[in-house]
Ligand binder design. Structure first.
Ligand code: AMP
Length: 121
């Protein structure tokens, strides 16, 4: 499977520093920032800095250092936001059926309230 990355997507602009973001944490390989349209009290987007379109692109093609950094950063966010005790939800939309708006792989990390059923319909 080949993945075609669009350099004009809004997260690429954030990574280039062309538009601001509300950074939660940043490493050499990963960036986490607050969603501009939060769906819960905690709504953080975690992205790799590398050019991966979807979660499966990242899983298949990212280097091991990137993968390790990404998941350690994820764990640090859960800890830093105090989400372990009450729990949280992670979503990654991919492609057309997943209704992915921004074609740069990201995890939505949602928490801070009871989130309800996983799907609305
Ligand atoms: P998705 O549909 O999974 O691609 O979700 C994209 C997410 O990016 C949405 O939740 C948007 O609210 C969020 N978003 C779009 N632009 C920005 C931005 N400039 N800063 C932070 N979050 C953004």
């Amino acid at each position: 499977m080949t993945y075609v990355y669009d350099d004009t997507n809004i997260f690429a602009m954030i990574l280039r520093g062309d538009i601001p973001n509300s950074t939660v944490t940043e490493t050499d390989y990963s960036l986490a920032f607050r969603d501009i349209n939060p769906q819960s009290p905690v709504h953080i987007l975690l992205i790799p800095k590398g050019k991966y379109v979807t979660i499966d692109d990242f899983a298949a093609n990212a280097g091991l250092e990137e993968v390790a950094d990404f998941w350690r950063t994820f764990a640090a966010i859960i800890d830093g936001e105090g989400l372990q005790q009450k729990g949280f939800r992670v979503i990654s939309n991919a492609g057309e059926h997943g209704l992915q708006e921004v074609p740069h792989f990201h995890l939505h990390i949602l928490g801070g309230k009871a989130l309800g059923p996983i799907l609305a319909q």
